[in-house]
Design a protein around this ligand. Structure first.
Ligand code: NAP
Length: 235
């Protein structure tokens, strides 16, 4: 069975993705902070007859990533697909952004992805693999109050292209899923102020379907990006 490693799997897009991949017969490695959510999700997913391993890990703590992921990979599953989905948002004026919030956003949305790839990709090189980074249409726009988020997702898209070019020789492919707004718990975070209409957003299941589509592409081809937007527009 193919295996996917999904970060941010405890809720939102990551949880929906884990459920969809399990239904499609994928074995799963799951990462998020909330152990009890991972535990109950894993218990539900194994009902599909797949194998699930999980690790509670705080991706905002750079020092914990390498040992934590190595511990997860030392178990019995080796991923052929890595989905860097965990991410956070912060709204507010760019130059009023506290430095700690700026560094947290960069760590979560960019540096942790670099760190995940640095640990996981070497394990995938022998058989080939795919890295899917979950980006946002904020990557291609300058939205007032969302500057920090725009910067991190823009850098994530460039990171993905650089990774793809460098790792091509090792049979590793890399792509982005670029999403418009999705109705998840991201919009309930203390760091996000918005009054967008949640009903006109994409569902987490729609994002999950796009991730499964990317993951199931034959290894002889790569869809470099899917941009998935709600039919009603950006917000
Ligand atoms: P969400 O509902 O807030 O879920 C975020 C996930 O990331 C959770 O599983 C959370 O689990 C995990 N996470 C948060 N902080 C973490 C940390 N410090 N360490 C480890 N895991 C952490 O968000 P979502 O909407 O599903 O977002 C998933 C991805 O889609 C993000 O990269 C986001 O930028 C992107 N995206 C979202 C939208 C949207 O409108 N929702 C649009 C475009 C792109 P724990 O709390 O258990 O750690």
């Amino acid at each position: 069975m193919p295996t996917a490693l999904i970060t941010g799997a405890s809720r939102g897009i990551g949880e929906a993705t884990a459920k969809l991949f399990a239904k499609a017969g994928w074995d799963l490695l799951l990462i998020a902070r909330t152990e009890r959510s991972l535990d109950s999700l894993a218990a539900e997913l194994v009902q599909s007859g797949i194998t699930v391993r999980y690790k509670s890990l705080d991706l905002s703590d750079s020092a914990s990533i390498k040992p934590g992921v190595q511990e997860l990979l030392a178990q019995d599953l080796c991923p052929s697909v890595l989905i860097n989905n965990a991410g956070v948002a912060w709204t507010g004026e760019l130059l009023s952004m506290p430095l700690e919030e700026w560094q947290w956003l960069l760590q979560m949305n960019l540096t942790s992805v670099f760190q995940m790839c640095a640990v996981v990709v070497p394990h995938m090189r022998e058989k080939g693999g795919l890295v899917i980074n979950v980006s946002s249409h904020a990557a291609n726009n300058a939205f007032p109050q969302w500057a920090g988020y725009c910067v991190t997702k823009s850098a994530l898209s460039t990171f993905t292209k650089c990774l793809a070019v460098e790792e091509r020789k090792n049979s590793i492919r890399a792509c982005t899923l670029t999403l418009g707004s999705v109705n998840t718990t991201l919009w309930d975070a203390d760091s996000v102020q918005s009054n967008f209409d949640r009903n006109s957003m994409l569902s987490a299941g729609q994002a999950a379907s796009a991730l499964l589509y990317l993951a199931e592409q034959p290894s002889s081809q790569i869809i470099e990006d899917i941009t998935l937007m709600p039919a009603h527009g950006a917000f």
